[in-house]
Design a protein around this ligand. Structure first.
Ligand SMILES: CC(C)(COP(=O)(O)OP(=O)(O)OC[C@H]1O[C@@H](n2cnc3c(N)ncnc32)[C@H](O)[C@@H]1OP(=O)(O)O)[C@@H](O)C(=O)NCCC(=O)NCCS
Length: 207
């Protein structure tokens, strides 16, 4: 999706959003991630999170898997990759399919222009269009609350590792989708047959 005007107003996609419309100060496109984007994506994630990103609990739900179809997004502006966001199939407890959002990162010199919000809104709109019913993430509640994410949806859910409960958030794309959600969150994405396992890559980098 192209965002070409100096003051783009993000459309509402039917989920809760609090606050003023987002102003974009520069033109950019939100696109499906392509294979040639991977190295720039990884560089952006390294810059945003450092190598410890591979140790995050959410990584246990992503490693060795591929993102949900149509939900690996990048933003490009002035010919470079300036944001990345992916969403992953998971089970939010037994028999309850959902998505995991993350990692989301915006290039340092492009922050606070509404790009992070545009990525999230585009991702949630696409997820809704593909009939996904709920999204979980681990992130800063003061940022994600504006999109409707709330820790109340995840109280009875358990991640495969440590998490600060106030950062473990959920969003219902369909009302009631996380009602009664309980138990272990597990990865449900298709296995990535070609990628080197993340742990191995981390070790290779450290060597
Ligand atoms: C978090 C991040 C994706 C936000 O992207 P962005 O394009 O700068 O965000 P937006 O322009 O949509 O929103 C900017 C607003 O969010 C606020 N904000 C940004 N990060 C925030 C955070 N971690 N907690 C609370 N508010 C935050 C800004 O202060 C700003 O507030 P304002 O609208 O009142 O001025 C970006 O800062 C980033 O890549 N950070 C490093 C990686 C990261 O932390 N990823 C998210 C994991 S929680």
């Amino acid at each position: 999706m192209a965002f070409e005007f100096p003051h783009h107003q993000i459309a509402s996609h039917g989920f809760a959003r609090v606050g003023a419309p987002v102003d974009i100060g520069a033109a950019f496109d939100i696109l499906d991630e392509a294979p040639q984007d991977v190295s720039a994506r990884e560089a952006l994630l390294d810059e945003a999170f450092g190598p410890a990103r591979f140790l995050k609990t959410c990584e246990r739900l992503r490693e060795g898997r591929i993102p949900a179809r149509g939900l690996a997004l990048v933003a490009k502006g002035e010919g470079r990759l300036i944001a990345t966001m992916r969403m992953w199939p998971i089970f939010a407890g037994a028999g309850r399919p959902a998505l995991l959002l993350g990692p989301l990162a915006v290039a340092r010199d492009c922050r606070a222009l509404g790009l992070g919000a545009a990525m999230i809104e585009e991702g949630l709109a696409r997820a809704t269009a593909r009939n996904h019913r709920a999204v979980l993430l681990v992130g800063d509640a003061p940022y994600y609350a504006r999109f409707g994410f709330d820790a109340r949806f995840t109280r009875e859910l358990v991640l495969p590792g440590p998490v600060e409960r106030e950062r473990f958030l959920g969003l219902e794309l369909t009302k009631g989708a996380l009602e009664g959600a309980e138990g272990r969150v597990s990865g449900a994405g298709a296995r990535d047959a070609v990628a080197m396992p993340r742990r191995a890559r981390e070790l290779a980098r450290a060597a």
